[in-house]
Design a protein around this ligand. Sequence first.
Ligand SMILES: O=C(O)CCC(=O)C(=O)O
Length: 253
Amino acid sequence: MSSWTLTPEQFLHYEECGWLLLNNLLGVPVSELQDEVGRIASRDDSDGWLHHHETTGGSRRLIRTEDFTPTSPVMNRVLRRGAVGDVAGELLGEEALLYKEKIDYKFPGGAGFSPHQDKPAYPFVDSVLSVMIAVDDATIHNGCIYLASGWHRRLLAHGEGGGLSRDVVARIDWQPVELRAGQTLFFDALTPHRSGTNRSNAMRRALHPTYNGSSQGDLRDSYYAAKRKAFAGSERGDHLCLNLIGDSAAEPL
Ligand SMILES: O=C(O)CCC(=O)C(=O)O
């Protein structure tokens, strides 16, 4: 059972807006999370798929790491044993299981994400929730997330390439949501969001776990098995998508 209880106001905010920003859920000091992200980023990637890169200004840079929770006690604690999962469970209305996790590294000049909903990336899961944990402060200047508050009731029209259609994007009043390092943003998998380029001269990192309701089963191992298989079948130089909806504006390697 959950050891975390949201207030009625917090529930109402989530119901009406499709997102909720909370403090103090990590269970570890934010400096420990930052150190762990640094360690994970410097890990050897001997089978060549854990880390993903982009080309920015001619140099190859790490933009994403996935599937690190089983080999990181700190991440296991933050994402599976603590209040982040408890709150995810409250919002899903049943126990939350970790479906997948990624760290995004936005280097100076690093590209943002075009407007999208996450749900189409999870065609086999109905009950699913997106989360962002700020590892570094996320500001308008360094490419924070922008949300479409109250647009989470249905799947919206998508254009070619997987992003939201131009018409939908133009109708939305995009709201920047700046996060301080250590804050956690929960948002419905149908909440449209986008983010900008990092225009600062420092890196901006974020942790993005995704949870599914336990009634759907424990799907994490099969998700990563399928993803590893898909990546193993790709040649270097293919246009590798970071996920099924191709929302990153980055240039993949
Ligand atoms: O952190 C960001 O810049 C946005 C990430 C995002 O949109 C996503 O992972 O779906």
